[in-house]
Design a binder for this molecule. Structure first.
Ligand SMILES: Cc1ncc(COP(=O)(O)O)c(C=O)c1O
Length: 483
C-alpha cells in the first residue's frame, strides 16, 4: 500500500498550491479556505478582521466546514436518489461521540441534523439543546450505546421521552435492554442493532464475529417479536454499523449486504419498520492521498437496498447515517510553533513544537494514525525532511508516528515557523480528554472559533485554554472535592 501523503513531499518551495479542497498555499502562506492562517501568529490580512495576533499553540474550530459537509452529503443522496429513482428519504444524523463540544453539536443541529447519542450525559446535552431551541420536535434523538436495566442512561432516555422530546428512538443492543422501555408504558419507536461490526462474508461469519455490539440474527428476530408483543412499542429502525473510516467502498458495501437482506426480511414481518440505519463508517480525508468516491458509494448502497427490497416485495426504507468522523474531522486544526531544531546525531533533524502530539492526537501514537501536517509560514522557501517532536518527555511523542515511513517535509527556515495538524476534529479531543491534566502537565491550548456571517465576513471568538492553575487544581493541589 502507498505511504499516506501527510504534507508537502519535496525540497522545492511551494508558494502557490492547492493541497486539497480547503488547504491552499498563497504567496508562501497557508490558507484554510480563504482564511490566512499565518496571520494568526505573524499578522497581516487585517482585512479579515481578527484585529490581533494570538499566542501559540492554538486550536482552530472552523464551523462553516460542518455545515458544508452536511449539505454536501444531503445533496449527494438527493441527486443519487433522483438518478436511481429511490423512493425513500435520507436522514443525516450527527454522531456526537466524534466531538461533543457545544459549538459543534449546536452547528449540526441548527442545520437540522438528527442527534445520535451514546450515554446518559448525552441526554443532558439534548436537554440543554432543547432549552436553547436548537433541537426541534421533528429532529430524531437516536439513543445508541449500552442501556441495561437499572442504568442511569435507560432512566434518562425514558424521562426525556416522557417530559421533553417525543421523537426519541432507543436502539437496543441486547434483548435485556427492552424491559425498562416496556415497563415505562411510553409509546416508543424502537431500533434494533444488528451484530455486524467488522469484516464478514456470510451470515455465519457475521454472527460469530468477536464483537460486543448488537445482536445476532436469531436474537434480532426474537427482539422484533418482543417489540411486536409489547403494547406500546413499535419497531421503526434497523441499525447495521459495519465499521469506522472504511476507505474501501467494496468492503463497506459487502459488509452491508447481509444486513440489507435481513432488513428486507424483517420488513416483511414488521411493516412499521421504515428506517435502515447504516450507522457510521463514512471515511474522511485525513491525509492528502485519500480517494473515496462518495457518489458511487451512495449509488451502490441505494441500488442494493432497492434490489433486496424488490426480492422481498417490500418498500425501500428511509436511509439514515450517523456521521461522526465525516461531520467533524476537517473542521478542526491544531497549530503549533517550531520552538527548537535539534539535530542530535539523529537520522532526521528534530523540529520541536510547543505542545504535545501524543496528547493532542492520541490516535497518532495509539493507532499510528496519520494526519495532514503543513507549515503556515515559509511555504515559499526550501523544505527538508524532518521529524516533529512534542514537548513531553515521552519517546512516542513524535510525528510521523513510530514505524511510519511517510515522509514529512517542512521549511528549512525556522524563524517564525508555525505548523498545523489538519483533519484532527473527530475523536482526538474526546479521546485526549477536554479540560483534564495531561502528560507532563502541559496545559491545553487556546481555541479560536471561526464562523462566517451571511455576507462572508469572519466572526471570531477566542476561548481561553488552560492556565497552569487549572492543571494543578485538577490534580488536587488545591484539595479534592469529597463525595
Ligand atoms: C453507534 C455508532 N454510530 C455512529 C458512530 C460514528 O462513526 P463514524 O465516526 O465512523 O461516523 C459510531 C462510532 O463509533 C458508533 O458507535
Amino acid at each position: 500500500m502507498r505511504n499516506p501523503v501527510i504534507g508537502w513531499e519535496q525540497e522545492q518551495p511551494v508558494p502557490h498550491h492547492s493541497f486539497n479542497d480547503y488547504l491552499h498555499a498563497r504567496e508562501g502562506r497557508l490558507y484554510y479556505e480563504e482564511l490566512d492562517l499565518a496571520q494568526l501568529f505573524v499578522g497581516g490580512r487585517e482585512d479579515q478582521g481578527l484585529g490581533r495576533t494570538l499566542p501559540s499553540p492554538l486550536e482552530i474550530i472552523y464551523l462553516p466546514k460542518i455545515r458544508e459537509k452536511i449539505a454536501r452529503m444531503r445533496q449527494l443522496f438527493a441527486d443519487v436518489s433522483a438518478e436511481v429513482g429511490y423512493a425513500g428519504r435520507f436522514h443525516y444524523a450527527y454522531a456526537s461521540k466524534a466531538n461533543a463540544a457545544e459549538e459543534v453539536l449546536r452547528t449540526a443541529l441548527e442545520v437540522g441534523a438528527h442527534y445520535e447519542m451514546s450515554s446518559a450525559v448525552d441526554v443532558e446535552i439534548a436537554r440543554l439543546m432543547l432549552a436553547a431551541g436548537k433541537l426541534s420536535p421533528e429532529q430524531l434523538v437516536i439513543c445508541n450505546g449500552f442501556k441495561d436495566v437499572g442504568s442511569v442512561y435507560a432512566a434518562q432516555i425514558i424521562q426525556l421521552k416522557r417530559e421533553e422530546h417525543d421523537n426519541v428512538i432507543p436502539v437496543v443492543e441486547d434483548r435485556g435492554e427492552l424491559a425498562p422501555l416496556i415497563a415505562s408504558g411510553l409509546d416508543f419507536e424502537m431500533g434494533l442493532r444488528q451484530k455486524c461490526y467488522g469484516p464478514h462474508r456470510g451470515q455465519a461469519e457475521m454472527d460469530e464475529a468477536d464483537s460486543r455490539f448488537g445482536m445476532d440474527v436469531e436474537t434480532i428476530w426474537q427482539a422484533a417479536q418482543e417489540i411486536e408483543r409489547a403494547p406500546h412499542l413499535t419497531l421503526k429502525l434497523y441499525h447495521a454499523m459495519v465499521g469506522s473510516q472504511i476507505v474501501d467502498a467494496d468492503d463497506f458495501l459487502t459488509w452491508l449486504e447481509i444486513p440489507i437482506e435481513i432488513y428486507a426480511r424483517l420488513r416483511q414481518q414488521h411493516p412499521t419498520l421504515t428506517i435502515f440505519d447504516f450507522g457510521g463508517g463514512m471515511p474522511v480525508p485525513m491525509t492528502l492521498n485519500f480517494a473515496f468516491d462518495y457518489r458511487s458509494f451512495v449509488r451502490r448502497l441505494l441500488v442494493l437496498l432497492q434490489e433486496a427490497c424488490q426480492r422481498y416485495a417490500v418498500p425501500v426504507p428511509d436511509v439514515l447515517g450517523e456521521f461522526g468522523r465525516y461531520t467533524t474531522a476537517e473542521h478542526g486544526a491544531h497549530l503549533f510553533k517550531i520552538v527548537t531544531v535539534k539535530e542530535n546525531n539523529s537520522v532526521l533533524p528534530w523540529y520541536l513544537i510547543n505542545g504535545s502530539i501524543m496528547t493532542s492526537f492520541p490516535d497518532s501514537w495509539a493507532l499510528s494514525e496519520h494526519f495532514i501536517v503543513l507549515p503556515l509560514t515559509h511555504l515559499d522557501k526550501p523544505f527538508r525532511r524532518v521529524r516533529l517532536g512534542g514537548m513531553t518527555c515521552d519517546s512516542d511523542d513524535i510525528y510521523p508516528p513510530k514505524g511510519s515511513s511517510a515522509p514529512l517535509y517542512l521549511p528549512v527556515e525556522t524563524e517564525d515557523l508555525y505548523v498545523g495538524f489538519f483533519g484532527i476534529g473527530a475523536y482526538q479531543e474526546m479521546l485526549g480528554g477536554v479540560g483534564g491534566s495531561k502528560h507532563c502537565v502541559l496545559p491545553e491550548a487556546n481555541e479560536l472559533l471561526v464562523d462566517r456571517d451571511t455576507e462572508g465576513r469572519y466572526q471570531f471568538r477566542i476561548l481561553r485554554g488552560q492556565m497552569y492553575t487549572d492543571v494543578l487544581r485538577n490534580l488536587g493541589y488545591w484539595g479534592y472535592q469529597e463525595l
